[in-house]
Design a protein around this ligand. Sequence first.
Ligand SMILES: [Zn+2]
Length: 117
Amino acid sequence: MSTSMRDDYFDLFDLRVEVVAPLGARLWCGSKIGDYFEVHGEMLQFQPGMAFSLYSLAAILPLLPAKQRPTDPHDWMTTDAEIACPDPNCPSRLRITRLGNRRFRHGDTTATLLKAE
Ligand SMILES: [Zn+2]
């Protein structure tokens, strides 16, 4: 990661968010085991035929920017990767997996200028 004016690149992890649950369990939030979407930068990449409850999305959205960034190995944000469905009767979880790095340029992602060093 760099903050110099000539090299304004930074890396974020792509993420996959996948529905996991005990086999045969009834899911009350409308998803199916194995349904997933990916996060590339700020964009959610949904797949054809896979739908997600807005309540499930509301539960997981605040965690995604932290999961996109490197975290300390001792940080719970590094080790914990499953978010429970907010419906207390639903056994599903959303599992966040870090995929490869994607490189961005500061100047392509914001109009705010970097401070001169
Ligand atoms: Zn659910």
